[in-house]
Design a protein around this ligand. Structure first.
Ligand code: NAD
Length: 294
């Protein structure tokens, strides 16, 4: 399939490379020359604008930092909608707010293009390995059309509902992830300070009711899980500043519908504090540093 791909960063770069490996032809665009060079080396044809990347495409995929970039790439004079043929499906895999996803979906529909929000879980490692999970907001027919394209970049595709629901799933999951990580960090440091061996405490938690991914796979206490970022100085993994961005999306979306998110708002403040301390590039499990010297 001929695919227009826009946004070739940490996630989009390896996703595009996997689509090429799966046999698709790619016309790619990014603002960064280095990202374009990498895409060219992987076999993509380069375009000079989102509009040009979309012109010959049979599907368009975007993987951009935030809502303002997504709006610009789809709606500007040189944007995707200015170039794409009617009927071609558009997929945005960026993590943005559900309202913007619906807004872009409506603009695409007015142009005759089906649109799906399809944010991902799995991080850079999943993008490189082609094992991402896609949370898709699309009608059933569109979802089935997109499935083979998404299969070139991921392992699991879940249809969450209509446009915008993929983003809802993503921000709710990440809100919970932030809260659970903070909870594990708090319990581990309290246990240590009170005098239990942290490894013993973790093994109890992991066979008890406190068990969760933040405890058994990505434990924030150094040395508990060998493969966790905590055991390599909190490098790699999911950056705290990205978590802060997703918490902002969740808290803003909650405000829009007057839904209290007590824990999400507190988690946002804690990650803001981590970021203010210059630790935003560390894995988000580094939040344990707010509790002491780890
Ligand atoms: P990134 O900053 O590495 O890449 C974004 C790319 O978009 C950059 O190459 C940038 O040059 C390009 N770009 C920005 N504005 C553009 C424009 N107007 N036209 C064309 N290109 C433009 O970001 P990333 O880590 O790849 O993340 C992308 C999205 O995926 C974000 O929404 C992020 O929240 C989400 N996400 C990231 C991860 C992760 O672990 N990095 C995990 C899940 C989801």
């Amino acid at each position: 399939m001929q695919i227009g791909f826009i946004g070739l960063g940490h996630m989009g770069g390896p996703m595009a490379a996997n689509l090429l490996k799966a046999g698709h032809a790619l016309t790619a665009f990014d603002l960064s020359a280095a990202a374009l060079d990498a895409a060219k080396a992987a076999g993509a044809t380069l375009a000079e604008s989102p509009r040009a990347a979309a012109q010959e495409a049979e599907a368009v995929i975007t993987m951009l930092p935030a809502a303002q970039h997504v709006k610009a790439v789809y709606l500007s004079d040189d944007g995707v909608l200015a170039g794409v043929r009617a009927g071609v499906p558009l997929i945005d895999s960026s993590t943005i707010d559900p309202a913007t996803a619906r807004f872009i979906g409506e603009a695409a529909a007015a142009h005759g293009n089906p649109f799906a929000d399809a944010p991902v879980s799995g991080g850079v490692v999943g993008a490189q390995a082609g094992t991402l999970t896609f949370m898709v907001g699309a009608d059933e027919a569109l979802f089935e059309t997109l499935r083979p394209v998404l299969a070139g970049m991921g392992k699991n595709m879940v249809r969450c509902g209509e446009t915008g629901t993929g983003q809802i799933a993503k921000i709710c999951n990440n809100l919970l992830l932030a809260v659970s990580m903070i909870g594990v960090a708090e319990a581990m440091t309290l246990g240590e300070t009170l005098g239990i061996d942290p490894a013993k405490l973790a093994s109890i938690i992991n066979t008890s009711t406190g068990r969760c991914w933040s405890a058994d796979t990505c434990n924030p206490y150094p040395g508990i899980v060998e493969t966790a970022p905590a055991s390599r100085g909190y490098s790699g993994g999911f950056g705290a500043d990205l978590m802060l961005k997703d918490l902002g999306l969740a808290v803003d979306a909650a405000r829009g519908v007057r839904q209290p998110v007590f824990m999400g708002a507190l988690a946002q403040q804690l990650y803001q504090s981590m970021s203010q301390q210059g630790l935003g590039r560390l894995d988000f499990s580094g939040i344990i540093k707010l509790y002491g010297n780890h």
